[in-house]
Each structure stands twice: as structure tokens, then as C-alpha cells.
Design a protein around this ligand. Structure first.
Ligand code: NDP
Length: 330
């Protein structure tokens, strides 16, 4: 097998001007790790968009091969856990931020970051889910741990046409929830209904500064948006409900008051996928294989090639990507 492969390399000069190039690398160029992987599929997450466009300081080691997710087969392993030919999956752990990631033909990683590719999933399907989808599952699990069930009442999902949002809508509807999808793209209402949304609301209803408490509209929610949207979600959650917060597509601020917490006992559940424990990852991926309908997963993914990654990275930051993007590297 050739040792040479293409990669996207993000560099910066002494004035901190960022540049993005497609380069040819060999295995000797890769960073340290005990498992070398042939990347069969990767994906473009919102964070990858921020890294490639330089819109936020995601990259903390220069130069960087971005790509926070990858799936592929082991070429070489110095770990007892994995052997050549094994199919593996990587989400997060700072890959694509501090350690070279998935936008390359090969990757060298730490075995502790890898999990076996879940049974029944191809590398491409796993990347159709990716960090965004696995985070949606982590949000659902966090709400369940808080005692939320389909009988609790409606569930709102914000950023519904995005990666986290589409997978959350699909999973929650399969679990029997009455899903309210909040989106800025009314033109995609039909798609969201097919995915399982029972109601669709315009995200403009939630995106401006609101009152500390409002009419109780939902029992719980999955929020990928942050800022005023998250504040309004909290203010309109039923007594004893909970919101799982995982994203900042509108902003990282949270202009709320203590009123939802002290008068309605609302819980704000933080969800992080990057450093989540191995146990939580295994549980989330195992739940995904039962709680996400494969046909719905197909309907929310678009497949692109390596040459399309940079354009997709710009599109995701501009809110132009619907659902999830699979980058087929084979
Ligand atoms: P996407 O870009 O795919 O989706 C984000 C969606 O948010 C858009 O599709 C859009 O949905 C909505 N949106 C975009 N801009 C705004 C805005 N200004 N105001 C309100 N809504 C907006 O990203 P992902 O779904 O992959 O990720 C969503 C968020 O979650 C990101 O902030 C990401 O960084 C974060 N994230 C966090 C993780 C964690 O570990 N905590 C893991 C994965 C993601 P619509 O068009 O339907 O309105």
C-alpha cells in the first residue's frame, strides 16, 4: 500500500494569517500515536467549518490537519486493543484541534481515543452520524437520565435542519416524542416532517431577547443554538423540565435569568462530546444503532468527496448544509 496520501493542511504565518492547502504527505509526517489508520470516511462538522474558515480559534496546534471525526481500517497497531484490518471510529478527543485529524488519507491516533466501528454500520454510515449525531444521542440520554420520557410532554429541537438537529428529530420521533422543530428554513418543513417532526416553528420566535418566564410550551429540549434561543427555551419549559445544551450556532452567550431555575425547577444539562468517557461513547453508539432508523439516516445525509471538503466547511458555517455530510475517502 502506498505511503503517500492527500491531506488538507491549515497553516498560519507570523502575522497569524491563516491559509488552507491540499498537500501530499507520507506516514512519516504524521503526529505520534500507536495506531495508524486508513481513513475510509470522514465528515464536515460545524467545528471543522470554524477551523477551516478560521472563524473561531478551534485550532490549537499549527499546522493542523482538521477533521474531528473519522472511520476506517487499521493499517498498523502497537496497541493490544487493535490489530491491522480492524474497523475503528474516532470522535473528538481534540483530534482536528490539537492532533491531526480526518481530512487526510491516513491518520495516526492514540488507541484510547478509538472505539470499534459499531456492528452493522459501514465507515460511511458512521460518518453520516458523526460527532453531531452522537452528540444528539448524548443529549437524549442526558434528558432521559433527568427522567424525561415521551409522556412528559413535547420536546423542542433547535437548529433542526443542522447535523445535531436532524439526527435529534429522527431519534426522538422514533422514541415516541412529540417533536417541535425550530428552524430558519421554512422551505425544509416537508423534510423535517418526513424525519418525524410533529410541529415546526420559525426560529425567529426564539432568537430575540424574551421575557424571563413565558407560557410553558415544552417539557424538554435539545439546543444546538445557544444565546437568546437557549434563554427563551428555558423560559418556556414546563415545570420540572430540562434542556440539553450542546451548541452555539447563534452565539456562546446565555442572556437568561435565574427565574426558570428557581420558580419552575428547570434543569440546564450541559453536553460535551469531545472528552466524553468511553462508557458514554459505547452507550451512545449502541443506542444509535437501535434508535436511529437507517432509512431516515440516509435521507438526512449528502455524500461528497475529498475535493469538496473546503467548500462544505464554508457552507456549514453559513448555515447552508442540511443534515449531515459524509466525505467518502475510498
Ligand atoms: P450545523 O451547522 O449543521 O447546524 C446548526 C443549525 O443551527 C443550522 O443548520 C441552523 O438550523 C441553526 N442556526 C445557524 N445559525 C443560526 C443562528 N444565527 N440563529 C439560530 N439558529 C441558527 O451544525 P451542527 O448541528 O453540526 O452543530 C450545531 C452546534 O452544536 C454547533 O454550535 C456545534 O459547534 C455544536 N456541537 C457541539 C458538540 C458538543 O460536544 N457539545 C458536538 C457537536 C456539535 P436551521 O437552518 O434549521 O435554523
Amino acid at each position: 500500500m502506498s505511503d503517500k496520501f492527500r491531506a488538507i493542511l491549515v497553516s498560519r504565518d507570523d502575522e497569524k494569517n491563516q491559509s488552507v492547502d491540499v498537500v501530499e504527505l507520507g506516514n512519516d509526517d504524521l503526529m505520534e500515536g500507536n495506531v495508524t489508520i486508513k481513513v475510509e470516511a470522514t465528515t464536515v462538522n460545524y467545528k471543522d467549518g470554524l477551523a477551516i474558515t478560521g472563524k473561531s480559534p478551534v485550532i490549537r496546534h499549527w499546522p493542523m490537519v482538521p477533521g474531528i471525526d473519522l472511520a476506517g481500517s487499521v493499517i498498523h497497531s502497537e496497541s493490544d486493543e487493535f490489530k491491522a484490518g480492524d474497523k475503528v471510529l474516532l470522535n473528538g478527543f481534540g483530534v482536528g484541534e490539537t492532533h491531526w485529524g480526518g481530512f487526510a488519507g491516513h491518520a495516526r491516533l492514540n488507541s484510547d481515543w478509538l472505539i470499534p466501528l459499531p456492528k452493522g454500520l459501514t465507515s460511511q454510515q458512521a460518518m453520516g452520524i458523526g460527532t453531531a449525531g452522537y452528540t444528539a444521542m448524548l443529549c437524549v440520554m442526558a434528558l432521559e437520565r433527568h427522567g424525561i420520557t415521551p409522556n412528559s410532554g413535547p420536546m423542542i429541537v433547535t437548529g433542526a435542519n443542522g447535523g445535531v438537529g436532524t439526527v435529534a428529530v429522527a431519534i426522538l420521533s422514533k422514541l415516541g416524542y412529540h417533536v417541535i422543530a425550530s428552524t430558519g428554513r421554512a422551505s425544509e418543513s416537508g423534510f423535517l416532517t418526513e424525519l418525524g417532526a410533529a410541529e415546526i416553528i420559525d426560529r425567529a420566535e426564539l432568537s430575540e431577547a424574551g421575557r424571563p418566564l413565558g407560557k410553558e410550551r415544552w417539557a424538554a429540549g435539545v439546543d444546538a443554538v445557544g444565546s437568546h434561543t437557549l434563554a427563551n427555551l428555558l423560559a418556556q419549559t414546563q415545570y420540572g423540565g430540562a434542556i440539553a445544551a450542546c451548541g452555539l450556532a447563534q452565539g456562546f452567550d446565555l442572556p437568561t435569568t435565574v427565574m426558570p431555575f428557581i420558580l419552575r425547577g428547570i434543569a440546564l444539562l450541559g453536553v460535551d462530546s469531545v472528552m466524553a468517557s468511553k462508557e458514554l461513547r459505547h452507550e451512545a453508539w449502541s443506542r444509535i444503532s437501535t434508535d436511529l432508523d437507517p432509512a431516515k439516516l440516509d435521507s438526512l445525509t449528502t455524500t461528497i468527496g475529498f475535493d469538496d471538503i473546503i467548500a462544505a466547511a464554508t457552507d456549514i458555517v453559513d448555515g447552508k448544509i442540511r443534515g449531515r455530510v459524509i466525505v467518502d475517502m475510498t
